[in-house]
Design a protein around this ligand. Structure first.
Ligand SMILES: Nc1nc2c(ncn2[C@@H]2O[C@H](COP(=O)(O)OP(=O)(O)OP(=O)(O)O)[C@@H](O)[C@H]2O)c(=O)[nH]1
Length: 507
């Protein structure tokens, strides 16, 4: 359809009716036309096209009567091939030609038009269509906004569904499963928001440091969890300001392009650049009214967040806040029931089931451990001479010494009044005493201060190890009874000493 040939006006002989027809055509909203395509498809023209084509597209009807190319040049490039194919098809089988395409208007914008026409074959083999095309932009816009609102409704519905699922997970949270639940939530939300990272951070008191506690990363996005432990944020001026906003105004931190951050965020920008973060949103996590941390999402590209993204972030951070608050309450309750309030050490209620578990594990895997029972010597005298409060201070100080001379995975508990029980992994043969010896020596060298008074105390210990029982079935009660018996022997032996399988020794 490239060549053009001058044509005679086929309606030349019909002056009167043509005049009438022009009037009629100028009254209808669309463009009326007859369109002719030569038999070989090489030439096309509009024998008639109503004058509105000039007002709408600035095209001269006269020249279109010779060559239709002017109209075709106005068709949106994405619609042109399909339109030409549909014309060829209609010419081949003489089915009505109906098509929707975008046309370039006088102001340069594209608007949707819909054409309806019927073809007729001419004697010379050419095809002529009689029809009209009308502007359907209004319907298209309506259709588009309908589609968008449907998509929006389905987005909202999916988000609600996701939240409902995670709320149920958090409500039925089993003890010790909160981390797993948070990880699942981050994965679900990260995927839904189509972000590169979703995470939870915890602040230290006074907002001096922050630690990444949970993280989800999209495929191929590197994890930051390990590098984001105890990050010193004291020099992050801008970030400190954001924390204040989160705390006071319940605000979210909303960043669509990190490079547009204000100049005072220079240090923060350095860190974000290092991490490859270009956009982020963070919402506060509040526990008991305090900002304890934040929930955030990152994008490695600049991002235009949804207008309601802040609200959605708040819904997620609210869910996290509730779950963390409840979890903390439960942990407090459990702690209160298994910890001694004076020293903070585990009590007997915690110790006994743990010992059962350790013995069962030892039967399965052959792990050995030892048990040392300590008792402060002449503690009654300390109480009597310095007072009960001074006695308490000594018990607390002795606890600190015990913890300082044991390892994190040793089990330290307050067994009774001034009796403490230490369970520690069996060390090399003949070395069992060394852990206990160190503690006895540390206590002996310590000045216990209370107001203006100071006291020196000693402790005695009875030590028993699992290996002594050579495979015989052992219970926690048997072990404790044996340790207690040896402790008594240590007291009998003059105190400030320990008794183990090898007998009494005084370090
Ligand atoms: N201050 C204080 N004293 C406690 C606490 N629990 C137990 N005691 C005291 O610890 C003392 C233990 O005394 P005894 O069992 O007679 O033994 P002891 O004086 O330490 O003598 P030996 O064990 O034989 O060296 C008692 O006076 C208890 O009242 C506590 O929580 N605080």
């Amino acid at each position: 359809m490239t060549a053009s040939v001058p044509r005679q006006d086929s309606q030349k002989n019909n002056g009167l009716s043509a005049k009438f027809f022009h009037k009629l055509a100028s009254g209808v909203p669309g463009v009326l036309f007859t369109y002719c395509l030569s038999a070989d498809g090489s030439q096309h023209w509009f024998p008639y096209i109503s004058n509105r084509v000039e007002a709408l597209f600035g095209l001269d009807p006269e020249s279109l009567r010779r060559d239709a190319e002017g109209v075709f040049a106005r068709i949106h490039p994405d619609d042109l091939v399909g339109l030409e194919e549909s014309v060829a098809q209609s010419a081949a089988d003489l089915t009505p030609w109906c098509y929707r395409a975008r046309l370039k208007m006088l102001d340069g914008s594209y608007q949707w038009y819909e054409a309806h026409s019927r073809p007729e074959r001419q004697e010379d083999g050419s095809t002529i269509w009689y029809g009209q095309y009308t502007n359907i932009q209004h319907y298209k816009s309506l259709e588009q906004s309908l589609r968008e609102s449907e998509e929006e409704a389905s987005y909202q519905a999916q988000f609600q569904k996701l939240m409902a699922r995670f709320s149920a997970d958090f409500i039925h949270l089993g003890f010790g499963t909160i981390d797993e639940c948070i990880d699942k939530l981050l994965a679900g939300i990260g995927g839904f928001f189509e972000v590169d990272r979703a995470y939870v951070y915890a602040f230290t008191d006074g907002y001096t440091h922050m630690t990444n506690t949970h993280e989800w990363c999209a495929d191929g996005v590197p994890s930051l969890l390990e590098s984001q432990q105890k990050v010193d944020i004291r020099n992050f001026t801008w970030w400190q300001e954001q924390i204040r906003h989160m705390a006071n105004q319940d605000a979210v931190v909303f960043v669509e392009d990190t490079r547009a951050l204000p100049p005072e965020a220079l240090a923060e920008l350095g860190l974000l650049e290092e991490q490859g973060v270009r956009a982020m949103i963070c919402a506060p996590i509040l526990v008991r009214g305090q900002v304890m941390g934040f929930f955030g999402v990152d994008s490695v590209r600049v991002r235009s967040w949804r207008a309601d993204q802040s609200e959605l972030m708040f819904i997620v951070s609210g869910l996290l806040s509730g779950a963390l608050e409840r979890n903390r309450l439960e942990e407090d309750l459990v702690n209160q029931s298994v910890r001694d309030p004076l020293t903070g050490l585990y009590n007997r209620r915690y110790l006994m089931p743990r010992l059962h578990e350790m013995l069962a594990a030892s039967r399965r895997h052959g792990e050995r451990f030892c048990l040392a029972m300590f008792d402060i010597d002449h503690f009654k005298q300390v109480n009597d001479s310095l007072g009960h409060l001074a006695g308490d201070v000594i018990l607390k100080r002795f606890t600190t010494l015990l913890l300082a001379h044991t390892r994190a995975n040793d089990l330290v508990s307050r067994y009774g009044g001034e009796e403490f029980l230490l369970v520690f992994n069996e060390v090399a043969a003949d070395q069992e005493g060394s852990v206990v010896t160190r503690i006895l020596e540390a206590v002996r060298g310590e000045y216990f201060r209370f107001k203006d008074d100071q006291a020196r105390i000693t402790v005695s210990a009875g030590v028993v190890c699992l290996s002594e029982f050579q495979g015989a079935r052992v219970t926690p009660e048997i072990l404790i009874r044996e340790a207690d018996k040896r402790l008594y022997q240590a007291k009998e032996g003059g105190r400030d000493c320990l008794v183990d399988a090898g007998g009494l020794s005084r370090p």
